[in-house]
Design a protein around this ligand. Structure first.
Ligand code: ATP
Ligand code: MG
Length: 345
């Protein structure tokens, strides 16, 4: 017989698709912080995320009438109608990230808006229902804490714990992508070992692993220096070019100079964005590496460092392609990539 799946089972099944791993969980929280207008975003990781991970922002905060809607599936403050996607400027639009995170972990929010005298601490259950609300002291902004990530999916939890260090490295790379492009926003990530682990516990050191400066003078170049060191920036040359007169597209960023010592052994530091949203653009990766290598008179295998933001009208691409929004459909992809090859050479 064909029978409807029980709602709570549907919730768990679908949520596992939105929150694939530790990195995508934190990505959703960082995007929410940026969407809330934060100028300071702090990611605090404990025991590579196995114990806990939290994102603290100084954004607008959540007002009390929205505490329940915060974790309601398909409830969002960012779009109201389908057509709004064509003019989307925010990272989020589906209203499913926090609801999915409730299903995948134990989620607690503390928040305060500028109009509130005190903050609130809200505990949610797996289905996103409020379990408890307490008054707490905090500055304006929001903190979302995730504990026991993937505990509701035992197989994934086991894999996560076993590969925690690798998962944590993935998270760092993702944060680096956001930290570099977010001019004017300070993004900090720190890591602390668990209690009882050597060098851990509250007496143990908290190590800062990503740290940009924020403020009005922070641009992508200074962010790259903060993330990868001043030396990494020296071999880079700025890119700012119109891609085709009638495509409405510009590419802006930094790329390695075509000198042997400026490239890298691998393509591990190639970051692509569409209007500031970190995305995977395999065709651009290919164009970048091929044009870079074509500038040398001998065959080389080195790959350039690159931070490239494609700026184009919001109706010229579609981000509603995959649950994690890492894939984008560019309407004039072929033309844009041909132009990219032309300007990079
Ligand atoms: N850090 C935050 N500060 C202020 N408001 C927030 C924060 N995080 C979430 N919200 C509010 O909660 C809503 C739900 O967040 P959620 O991430 O689930 O969905 P979304 O961002 O709207 O869409 P998406 O699922 O595509 O991320 C947001 O629309 C926003 O209004
Ligand atoms: Mg969101």
């Amino acid at each position: 017989a064909i029978r409807a799946i029980a709602p709570d089972a549907v919730h768990r099944i679908c949520s596992g698709q939105v929150v694939l791993d530790l990195a995508s969980a934190v990505k959703e929280l960082v995007e929410n912080a940026l969407d809330a207008g934060a100028t300071n975003v702090e990611v605090r990781v404990r025991e590579h995320g196995v114990e806990c991970v939290e994102v603290v922002d100084n954004g607008a905060g959540v007002s009390e009438e929205n505490f329940a809607a915060l974790t309601t599936k398909y409830a969002t403050s960012k779009i109201a109608a389908f057509d709004d996607l064509a003019s989307l400027r925010s990272f989020g639009f589906r209203g499913e990230a926090l609801s999915s995170l409730c299903a995948m972990s134990t989620l607690v929010v503390t928040t305060k808006t500028k109009d509130d005298d005190a903050g609130s601490r809200i505990e949610y259950d797996r289905s996103g229902m409020i379990v408890r609300v307490e008054t707490v002291a905090r500055a304006t902004g929001t903190t979302v804490t995730l504990r026991d990530v993937f505990a509701p999916l035992p197989v994934r939890r086991k894999e996560f714990v076993r590969n925690a260090k690798r998962e944590y490295a993935k998270l760092l790379r993702l944060l680096q992508a956001y930290a570099m492009i977010s001019a004017g926003v300070r993004i900090v990530c720190s890591h602390q070992r668990a209690e009882g682990v050597r060098g851990g516990g509250n007496g143990g050191g908290r190590e800062t692993v990503v740290n940009t400066r924020g403020g009005v003078h922070a641009d992508v170049r200074s962010n790259v220096a903060c993330v990868f060191g001043a030396k990494a920036v020296q071999g880079l040359t700025p890119v700012d070019a119109v891609l085709g007169a009638d495509l409405g597209c510009r590419v802006v960023g930094l790329v390695s100079k075509a000198q042997a010592e400026c490239g890298r052994a691998g393509g591990d530091r190639q970051f692509f964005y569409v209007n500031g949203r970190p995305v995977d653009l395999p065709k651009a990766t290919k164009a970048l590496n091929e044009t870079y290598r074509a500038q040398f008179s001998v065959a080389i295998t080195r790959a350039p460092f690159a931070v490239l933001d494609f700026r184009l009208p919001t109706n010229a691409y579609d981000v509603n392609v995959t649950p994690d929004k890492r894939e984008v459909l560019l309407h004039s992809e072929k033309e844009i990539m041909a132009e990219l090859r032309r300007v990079l050479l």
